[in-house]
Every structure is written in C-alpha cells, then in structure tokens.
Design a protein around this ligand. Structure first.
Ligand SMILES: *[C@@H]1O[C@H](CO)[C@@H](O)[C@H](O)[C@H]1NC(C)=O
Ligand SMILES: *[C@@H]1O[C@H](CO)[C@@H](O)[C@H](O)[C@H]1NC(C)=O
Ligand SMILES: *[C@@H]1O[C@H](CO)[C@@H](O)[C@H](O)[C@H]1NC(C)=O
Ligand SMILES: *[C@@H]1O[C@H](CO)[C@@H](O)[C@H](O)[C@H]1NC(C)=O
Ligand SMILES: *[C@@H]1O[C@H](CO)[C@@H](O)[C@H](O)[C@H]1NC(C)=O
Ligand SMILES: *[C@@H]1O[C@H](CO)[C@@H](O)[C@H](O)[C@H]1NC(C)=O
Length: 250
C-alpha cells in the first residue's frame, strides 16, 4: 500500500518534471491522438515474411507498384487483391521471358497480378468473368477468369490456368494469395501479342512510357507524411520512461 502510494507520487513527480523540462512535449502530450490502430498495410512485409517471393518483391519495387498499391489501399473503399507468384513460378518461366520485357511491359505484368477490389476466396467463387485487373485501364482487356468447384478456385489468363492455394492474407482491405505460376496475359504472351511468347519484346512506345511516370508520381510523399508526429510522441514517451526509472532508483 505504502509502496504503491510512493510509486504514484514518484510518477506524478516525474510527469511534472517532464512537463517542466520539455515545453514542446507539454504542448503535444495532452492533445496527441492515439496512433491509428492499424498502420498502413505493408505488402512487402507480408510477402517478405513468407520468404519465397523475392522475385515478385523485386518486380513490385522496380515497377513502383508497391508504393502504388500501398497508397491506393489508403484511399480505396474497394480494397485490393494481389496474386503473388512464388520464386519457383518465376524460375519456371522460359529463359529470358522476364528480361525480354520492356520496363513498361513489366509494369503491366505486375499490374495484371493485382485487382482494384478485395476478394475473399469465397468472393472468387462467385465473381463474374472477366475480372478487371490494375492493368485493365490501359490497353486491351487484361482480365482474369475465375472458375470454382467445391470451393477450389482456379484462375485463368487464357494462356495459363492455376489453382489458388494459400491465402497469405485474407482481411479487408487487402487479400494476398500464393500462385505457383506466373499469370501470363494474352496481351503480352499470347498469339495476339506482337511476336509470340518469349520473343524479344517490342521497345516501349512513347505513348505508353508516360504511364510508368504517372503511377510513380502519387506515392512517395504521402508515405512519409505519417511518420513525424508519431516520432515526437515516441521520444516524449521514452523521455518520460527514462525519468521515471531515474526517479525510482533515487
Ligand atoms: C515493410 O516491410 C519490409 C520488409 O519486412 C520492411 O523492410 C519495410 O521497412 C516495411 N515498411 C514499412 C513502411 O513498415
Ligand atoms: C526499391 O528500389 C529503390 C530504387 O528504385 C531502392 O532505392 C530501394 O532500396 C528499393 N527498396 C527495397 C525495399 O528493395
Ligand atoms: C482447376 O484446374 C485443374 C487443372 O489445372 C483442373 O484439374 C481442375 O478441374 C480445375 N478446377 C476448376 C474448379 O476449374
Ligand atoms: C473469360 O470469361 C469470359 C466470360 O465468360 C469469356 O468471354 C472469355 O473468353 C474468357 N477468357 C478466357 C481467356 O478464358
Ligand atoms: C517519364 O519517363 C520517361 C522514360 O521512362 C522519361 O524520359 C521522362 O522524362 C519521364 N517524365 C517525367 C515527367 O518524369
Ligand atoms: C493515407 O491517407 C491519409 C488521408 O487521406 C494521408 O494523410 C496519409 O498520408 C496517407 N498515407 C499513405 C501511406 O499514403
């Protein structure tokens, strides 16, 4: 009882001391809102944890679709779904299939693995085909077709079909599913594409190269915005703790 009272006294003393020492913290502490419960969704973090998506992570970064997805998630009410091919899936592509793509085509390939809407596995059993992807607003259809039987869902591009197995995350606003093959869009790898399958890709047309820029433009500044305020609160807290410990020892 007595020691509890003493602790309380010390704590009060320390808080007063802190307020005296740090006018800036004093101004912030009473009004600072609690940090929002769920930080921004970290797609790279989700994939990184599973350890078998290094190629896809590299592509997401290289095409700046990682920041695109994270900032789009922040403002979207629809959520998003990412179909993440494993490293094995990329290794099974024909030699050069990836390297022969232009930067613009890499962006389209990555966007083809992302839908601007959240789908749980059971949502995918009832979607109407073709389902638009992030690549759909450019040229052509760039849709994915889903089929299901007894809760087993397949996704098809017209070139490849694969089962959707392992949900890495299935929680609005972001679903992430493992894929054992790379979804090859007909628009890049089909008969309709300029030159068939893994032939050297066309150089990007000047009209398409603008898209790479615009996707990159929105995100980098917004990602930084949240960090500053939280840091100040964090330092204040650390200082308070430190002073408290000093008080407890003395
Ligand atoms: C997201 O996760 C990656 C890998 O774990 C990490 O390097 C990165 O700092 C994280 N980004 C944010 C904004 O937390
Ligand atoms: C992403 O790519 C940029 C260069 O475009 C690089 O500076 C950065 O370190 C990369 N980030 C990760 C997490 O790989
Ligand atoms: C999914 O595809 C596999 C072959 O890849 C096939 O055996 C299976 O019947 C398909 N299932 C559905 C629901 O379409
Ligand atoms: C996808 O489904 C739509 C509608 O059922 C169909 O018209 C289209 O041919 C299908 N595409 C592929 C590649 O299977
Ligand atoms: C857009 O990208 C192209 C090449 O990718 C580059 O030449 C051009 O300067 C970029 N424009 C802007 C506004 O960044
Ligand atoms: C998310 O949106 C809010 C408000 O629209 C903005 O203040 C914040 O910077 C955004 N965060 C990211 C990571 O884009």
């Amino acid at each position: 009882m007595a020691s509890a009272t003493l602790s309380l006294l010390l704590l009060t003393l320390n808080i007063q001391l802190l307020l005296l020492l740090s006018p800036q913290t004093k101004a912030q502490t009473p009004s600072a809102p609690a940090p929002s419960p769920a930080g921004p969704v970290n797609l790279t973090g989700i994939l990184d944890k599973n350890g078998q998506y290094t190629t896809f992570i590299r592509l997401l970064n290289e095409t700046q679709q990682d920041t695109q997805i994270e900032s789009q998630l922040n403002s979207s009410t629809e959520g998003m779904t990412v179909f993440a091919p494993t490293d094995n899936a990329f290794n099974n592509l024909k030699t050069g299939a990836l390297n022969n793509l232009s930067p613009q085509q890499k962006v389209e390939l990555v966007q083809y693995h992302v839908t601007p809407k959240y789908y749980s596995l059971s949502d995918l059993t009832t979607v109407s085909n073709p389902v638009p992807t992030q690549a759909s607003d450019s040229d052509g259809v760039w849709g994915l077709n889903f089929s299901s039987k007894a809760n087993q869902v397949n996704v098809s591009t017209g070139i490849v079909t694969t089962q959707i197995n392992n949900p890495l995350r299935q929680q609005f606003p972001l679903a992430v599913y493992q894929l054992d093959v790379v979804l090859l869009p007909e628009e890049l790898f089909g008969a309709k594409a300029p030159g068939s399958a893994p032939s050297p890709a066309k150089t990007p047309s000047s009209s398409s190269s603008t898209k790479t820029n615009s996707t990159a433009a929105a995100s980098p500044t917004s990602a930084k915005a949240g960090a500053g305020g939280r840091n100040a609160v964090g330092w204040g807290l650390a200082l308070a703790l430190g002073l408290f410990c000093m008080g407890a020892l003395s």
